[in-house]
Design a binder for this molecule. Structure first.
Ligand code: SAH
Length: 372
């Protein structure tokens, strides 16, 4: 290879963004397109793809599998919920689980997934494992979509330093025809369709070598099998669960209740504050006491509208301020969280001080008056 050529290739083979990022972005785009709820990443290594996927709002179940527990465990803590996840629980539920085991073995924990990703995995499999792999993934797991990526050996001559394989643990590297014939046969056998693409474009004029990473996207042709059919696949658990994180979610009554209580108290406090300031402004003069007249800020405007239109007026009696629950419920954030007024009442019962008939949040303002 002459020097100019080699220099050119050196530049070509430095992908921007790096190839692993392009592969992960490819999966992310696929997730955005098909919106799967349950995704399993086989050969998940340091969990970097899972870490990216946990931010995809459609995903409720994420699972990783690898034969090497150490590589998974090194960074698995980065899949745990952060303090902010507890402070602001998400509307969706999310469970992330990591399993230690081989793609050559079936385990019931891998049933029910919509998307299964195998990124740069198959070339690490021994011949015996590769033989069993299609039956495990396409026959047993049988997700709607499977993505398989693997190096394209036709691209290797463009890497100046690659002698045989790109990585010492690779057991083989296929050219495009080899990968496509394996993928087509697998798809035919298990009733999937497959389309080929890739990431890492070849240099201009050398398009024939194909993408640096070749990718097959398999889509199941037959409709989803129901739970009952899955139960007909009895297999013993063979994988070992090494990590499980259940993210706080508003679907969990405990977190929903906390969120609703905070929002109710926050909304009621603001209304109370506005009410007290108006009273100070207009004193007790009944003529001048404006009931939430239009003002420059939208909260007061909204409150004013409620009071005028729906007669849901907060009021002061002695040292107590009463904010009707109906007023609080009509605030979009509160109603979106609770869904129904009945649910609001149920969630705050015993947790927020209410008037004796339970229709209003009650605050004692004795000390606030003293301070003023
Ligand atoms: N998918 C990752 C890393 C691929 S490296 C990424 O996109 O970056 C291949 C991974 O497959 C390694 O972590 C290796 O431990 C794992 N692996 C190899 N044989 C396996 C098997 N039989 N079952 C499950 N994982 C396997």
């Amino acid at each position: 290879m002459d020097k100019n050529f080699q220099e050119e290739f050196m530049q070509i083979t430095k992908f921007e963004p790096p190839l692993y990022k392009q592969r992960h972005q490819f999966v992310k785009d696929l997730v955005e397109k098909y919106r799967p709820k349950k995704v399993a990443d086989l050969g998940c290594a340091d969990c970097s793809l899972l870490r990216m996927l946990k931010f995809c709002s459609c995903i409720e179940v994420l699972a990783g599998l690898d034969i090497c527990a150490n590589v998974m465990q090194e960074k698995m803590h980065t899949l745990s919920p952060l303090p902010v996840d507890y402070l602001q629980p998400s509307e969706r539920s999310l469970t992330v689980t990591l399993h230690h085991g081989s793609v050559a073995h079936k385990d019931p924990c891998m049933l029910g997934f919509d998307l299964v990703t195998c990124i740069e995995l198959i070339e690490h499999l021994e011949e015996s494992e590769l033989k069993k792999f299609p039956e495990v993934v396409f026959g047993f797991m049988a997700p709607s979509i499977v993505v398989i990526s693997t190096p394209n050996s036709e691209f290797n001559p463009l890497f100046p330093r690659v002698m045989l394989y790109r990585h010492p643990d690779h057991k083989f590297e296929w050219n495009q025809a080899q990968f496509q014939s394996w993928a087509l046969e697998t798809a035919r056998c298990y009733d999937y369709s497959v389309e080929f693409t890739g990431v890492g474009h070849p240099p201009t004029g050398m398009e024939k070598v194909g993408f640096c990473t070749q990718i097959g996207v398999f889509v199941r042709k037959y409709p989803p099998t129901g739970e009952s059919v899955q139960c007909e696949k009895p297999t013993e658990a063979v994988y070992k669960t090494v990590f499980k994180a259940v993210y706080p979610s508003l679907k969990d009554e405990k977190y929903l209740q906390n969120a609703v209580i905070s929002e109710v108290i926050f909304t009621a406090q603001i209304i109370k504050h506005r009410l007290i300031s108006k009273r100070e402004e207009y004193g007790d003069d009944p003529e001048r006491k404006s009931k939430f007249q239009p003002s420059m800020d939208c909260f007061s405007d909204y409150l004013g509208k409620l009071v005028l239109e729906k007669n849901m007026e907060p009021f002061v009696s002695g040292n107590e301020v009463y904010i009707p629950l109906a007023t609080i419920f009509s605030f979009p954030k509160v109603s979106r969280l609770c869904g129904t007024f009945e649910k609001l009442c149920k969630l705050i019962a015993g947790k927020v001080t209410l008037s004796s008939d339970g229709s209003a949040v009650m605050f004692n303002i004795e000390h606030e008056n003293e301070e003023n």
